[in-house]
Design a protein around this ligand. Structure first.
Ligand SMILES: Cc1cc2nc3c(=O)[nH]c(=O)nc-3n(C[C@H](O)[C@H](O)[C@H](O)COP(=O)(O)OP(=O)(O)OC[C@H]3O[C@@H](n4cnc5c(N)ncnc54)[C@H](O)[C@@H]3O)c2cc1C
Ligand code: FES
Length: 276
């Protein structure tokens, strides 16, 4: 059940010139949220931008007793709305709708979970890692960026016991090159009898490459698509992608805000997905 509230900004933590973590008071959303779900945020009090913007729920914020009090978002500045969110000050109130969308389904032991994050695609994985840890499922985060300075918040995953595999395109941290290189090596050496499920979020070419590798090795793979969204509620059709039915049938246009953002990667018609 989603709610629409005026959420007070608790804190705005700057990570770099382009990234910040925004904490928002939203106990109802925090209590209802499942891993990989998102919120729609109105980034300005006026009409510019008019439409809300979608953001993965990054962290569930809790009080000293463990009760959920809010959510944070991991914001990358790319345009008007995300620039406003990078500057917003504590105490400001922002209209916040959520939680929304189809969540990740965490696997149970003995299966393992491999999370694949590219850049800002890290955002839905803190909540997934927490859900996996609760079930006792072993998990690994494969996290790639262009350079070391763009790998953020790794310590959140380390604190949950997640195995970390890093890569940077310039080789400044982790292995040099794309994250698909260590992923391919890990898939190659993993015995088929050891079940593993892949969860992927990042730039479209990266998600597509991970989906192809998973398919080639006969592993289940879910992707979280980041289409442009106008409403988040199924009303505007701005977010459609071509996807096959669950039975693998004829592809049809499906709304990523309500049928996703999480999809079985084999359902997605990748040639028709806009490359972000
Ligand atoms: C389910 C979901 C979860 C998301 N989670 C996060 C998150 O956790 N953190 C985060 O920083 N961003 C996230 N995004 C992306 C975020 O919604 C966009 O970056 C944001 O809407 C851009 O708004 P803007 O006003 O800053 O940019 P605009 O001024 O609207 O656009 C600037 C440029 O960015 C392009 N653009 C717009 N939307 C996207 C997009 N989805 N992906 C790539 N390019 C885009 C536009 O085409 C334009 O060229 C998510 C998107 C979805 C659908
Ligand atoms: S964002 Fe409006 S229908 Fe999906």
């Amino acid at each position: 059940m989603s709610v629409d509230i005026d959420a007070a900004v608790i804190a705005n933590r700057r990570l770099s010139a382009d990234y910040n973590v925004l904490s928002l008071a939203a106990p109802e959303i925090a209590a209802a949220a499942r891993p990989g779900q998102f919120v729609m945020i109105k980034t300005s009090g006026g009409q510019d931008p008019l439409l809300r913007r979608p953001f993965s729920i990054f962290e569930i914020l809790r009080d000293a007793g463990g009760a959920p009090i809010g959510v944070s978002i991991f914001n990358k500045r790319i345009g008007a709305g995300t620039t406003l969110l990078s500057r917003v000050e504590a105490g400001t109130r922002l209209p916040l709708l959520g939680p929304l969308g189809r969540p990740f389904e965490p696997v149970d032991p003995p299966a393992e979970a491999w999370m694949l994050a590219g850049g800002v695609g890290l955002a839905p994985f803190v909540t997934l890692a927490a859900a996996l840890a609760e079930r006792g499922t072993r998990s690994t985060l494969f996290y790639g960026a262009r350079r070391a300075e763009e790998l953020y918040c790794v310590e959140l995953f380390e604190a949950m016991g997640v195995t970390i595999v890093l890569s940077t395109e310039d080789g400044s941290r982790g292995s040099r090159g794309r994250i698909t290189v260590p992923l391919a090596a890990a898939l190659e050496t993993r015995p088929l009898g050891n079940p593993v499920k892949l969860y992927v979020c990042g730039p479209t070419p990266m998600m597509r490459a991970c989906a192809q590798l998973a398919h080639a090795h006969g592993r289940a793979c879910d992707v979280s698509l980041e289409q442009v969204m106008g409403c988040g509620l199924g009303g505007c059709y701005s977010c459609v992608v071509l996807a096959r039915g669950a039975d693998g049938g004829v592809p049809h246009h499906t709304r990523t805000c309500i049928d996703g953002p999480v999809f079985d990667a084999q359902r997605v018609v990748w040639d028709a997905v806009a490359a972000h």
